[in-house]
Design a protein around this ligand. Structure first.
Ligand SMILES: *[C@@H]1O[C@H](CO)[C@@H](O)[C@H](O)[C@H]1NC(C)=O
Length: 193
């Protein structure tokens, strides 16, 4: 009997990345209890610390871990600013269309960091989000990520209109973002050719 219980309880961990689902659920719960952030352009911060699970052979946070941490930070961002809620309300969905990260300095074991996330701007199809890993030790930006959050079955403008009940002005596209969008288009054109 106990063996069956033990086997059944390890099953989710062997079949799925179960920690991801547990952590994701926790992030959703915590963010829903935190105070909402009315300004959708306002940057938001979550904290983290490098643990044993995160490190690779070099003893620092492994490169794919950054993307995973960014995912959780974006969950929190969208829940607190209401985009998550309005996306569900309009039966839309969001997927990641592209993401590029630039590593500047390692995050080492037990190092504490913050992830600063903010929506930079949007076009007819997607939001552009910037996320930065900042060491709590000296506030150095250890990594910076740009991503394109594609909106399915709706548009960023419609989501924002429903959320804010008015037309929201899109900020100017920063130069590096314009270049990055060009790079994405060139890459797409190459693959379509
Ligand atoms: C690196 O990070 C990924 C994603 O979080 C994880 O699945 C993997 O186990 C980590 N460890 C190593 C050594 O790559």
């Amino acid at each position: 009997m106990w063996i069956v219980v033990a086997l059944l309880s390890v099953l989710p961990f062997t079949l799925f990345d179960f920690w991801y689902f547990i952590r994701g659920t926790l992030v959703l719960l915590i963010a829903s209890f935190e105070s909402p952030v009315k300004d959708i352009l306002k940057e938001q911060t979550v904290r983290g610390v490098v643990l044993f699970q995160d490190i690779d052979f070099l003893g620092h946070m492994n490169n794919s871990r950054y993307f995973r941490e960014c995912d959780f930070a974006r969950f929190s961002l969208y829940i607190r600013n209401g985009i998550f809620h309005v996306t569900r309300k309009l039966k839309a969905n969001m997927v990641l269309g592209a993401a590029t990260i630039r590593y500047r300095r390692s995050l080492n074991l037990f190092e504490q960091f913050k992830i600063r996330s903010r929506i930079l701007c949007w076009d007819e199809k997607a939001f552009y989000v910037e996320q930065e890993f900042i060491s709590c030790r000296d506030s150095f930006v250890c990594a910076t990520m740009l991503c394109r959050q594609h909106v399915l079955y709706s548009t960023p403008e419609k989501l924002l209109q429903t959320l804010c009940k008015r037309k929201v002005e899109c900020p100017d596209f920063p130069e590096e973002l314009q270049l990055w969008i060009k790079y994405n288009l060139a890459s797409s054109a190459k693959l379509k050719a």
